[in-house]
Design a protein around this ligand. Structure first.
Ligand code: FAD
Ligand code: DHB
Length: 389
């Protein structure tokens, strides 16, 4: 099979890129290791910036998001006792949308056939070849047979553990990494949210986040040590913990219900510099990871894909490599600012095992400053809604 662009990975980055390229008449295919159901079973992002919702509008794959997405005009930081509301609409004139990654992914997957976007699921042993020449190709196994896709370009949208980043020789790159000494234990349940807007709380029992998917579906997270296992957290233990953290500060208190999903995600900041090697371009979590505090990961995948689709469409329109040159610099400029914000909010809102009472007082003083300073609230709000493209 020969295509103009072969995309590795059918997460948000790969699906959005595939749709944008198809809408411009570029011939592309997506190769995904997992099944569609497996991809849809991963519960991840919940908060979308306008860079992501605008992309869905532009693609015209927005009917369900328009109907079901929750427009959020503000969110809250809490020091365990009081809520500090960040009025993002008053401070920035903008908003964020609560619409789950699962739903966005489902919309993009379902729209693929009618738009001629081919997705090959359950492709094993995906490998990238001849990236430095002008005839790169992918190989993979499907139904026991080795398949090959020749392409002019390969887009590595295969997340943090995929093969694309690893195909770049180590001499050509720089890596920047901070691994945090805790993870987030998440629960999804069909119960009404405890509060009308999100609450990120740094209380005496550690970090917790109260989020939602709809008026009847809640998503909560708490900070847990990396040594903790899911088996250590029967549902009732988690609900008890959430009630201790949110009952005193939320409008309605925590409603309990059977878990639809529970999982533990580690926290990491990571940037891989270079996002281009020959005919391979990286986008999304394949090139960078942010800790989830601040809700930036999927939204950064969207901005990468906006820049990358511009570059590739420019190349196919003019046949000129110069369109491709600016991709990495444009993407990295926005990535590093989102890395900074996610790191700042992670440090402000979590209990670090190595920290003592002094560091904790610094967090409390900083939250107190946020509560009293419109300038500080504006800085937080403009990062939370997403910096300009
Ligand atoms: P992925 O979603 O990881 O997709 C990569 C795809 O590549 C996957 O489908 C994978 O199966 C596939 N793949 C991997 N290996 C191979 C292979 N060998 N061959 C073929 N395919 C392969 N972000 C936000 O913006 N807002 C939030 O509120 C938010 N909350 C989060 C909460 C949690 C708990 C977590 C864990 C993440 C959160 N994120 C959030 C981050 C967001 O989920 C990710 O940044 C986003 O999924 C990145 O999309 P991606 O397409 O780059 O990578
Ligand atoms: C959700 C996840 C986040 O990382 C975040 O910052 C806000 C909300 C969520 O899953 O709802």
């Amino acid at each position: 099979m020969t295509r103009q662009v072969a995309i590795v990975g059918a997460g948000p980055a790969g699906l959005l890129l595939g749709h944008l390229l198809r809408a411009a008449g570029v011939d592309c295919v997506i190769v995904e290791r997992a099944s569609a159901d497996y991809v849809l079973g991963r519960i991840r992002a919940g908060v979308l910036e306008t860079c992501t919702t605008d992309l869905m509008h532009k693609l015209g794959i927005d009917a369900r998001m328009n109907a079901e997405g929750l427009i959020e005009a503000g969110f809250n930081l809490a020091d365990g006792e009081r809520l500090i509301r960040i009025d993002i609409t008053a401070l920035t004139g903008r908003h964020v949308t609560v619409y789950g990654q699962t739903e966005l992914t489902r919309d993009l997957m379902e729209a693929a056939p009618e738009r001629g976007l081919e997705i090959i699921y359950e492709a094993g042993d995906v490998a990238l070849h001849d990236l430095e020449g002008d005839a790169p190709y992918l190989t993979y196994t499907k139904d026991g047979a080795v398949q090959r896709i020749d392409a002019q370009f390969i887009a590595g949208c295969d997340g943090f553990h995929g093969p694309s980043r690893k195909a770049i020789p180590s001499g050509a790159v720089r890596e920047f990494e901070r691994v945090y000494p805790f993870g987030w234990l998440g629960i999804l349940a069909d119960v009404p949210p405890c509060h009308p807007e999100l609450i990120y709380s740094n209380g005496p029992r550690g970090f917790a986040l109260a989020s939602m998917r709809s008026a009847t579906r809640s998503r909560y997270y708490i900070q847990v040590p990396l040594t903790e296992r899911l088996e250590d957290w029967p549902e009732e233990r988690l609900w008890d913990e959430l009630a201790l953290r949110f009952d005193p500060i939320s409008e309605r208190g925590v409603t309990r219900g059977p878990a639809l999903e529970m999982s533990i995600a580690p926290l990491r900041s990571y940037v891989f510099e270079t996002m281009r090697h020959g005919r391979l371009f990286l986008a999304g979590d394949a090139a960078h990871i942010v800790p989830p505090t601040g809700a930036k990961g999927l939204n950064l995948a969207s901005s990468d894909v906006i820049y990358l689709s511009d570059a590739l469409i420019g190349f196919f329109r003019d046949g000129n490599e110069s369109a491709l040159v600016g991709y990495e610099a444009r993407a990295l400029s926005r990535i590093w600012k989102a890395e900074r914000f996610s790191w700042f909010l992670t440090k402000l809102m979590h209990r670090f095992p190595e920290d003592g009472p002094f560091e904790h007082r610094m967090q409390i003083a900083e939250l107190d400053y946020v509560a009293s300073s419109q300038a500080m609230q504006t800085a937080i709000a403009e990062n939370y809604v997403g910096l300009p493209l």
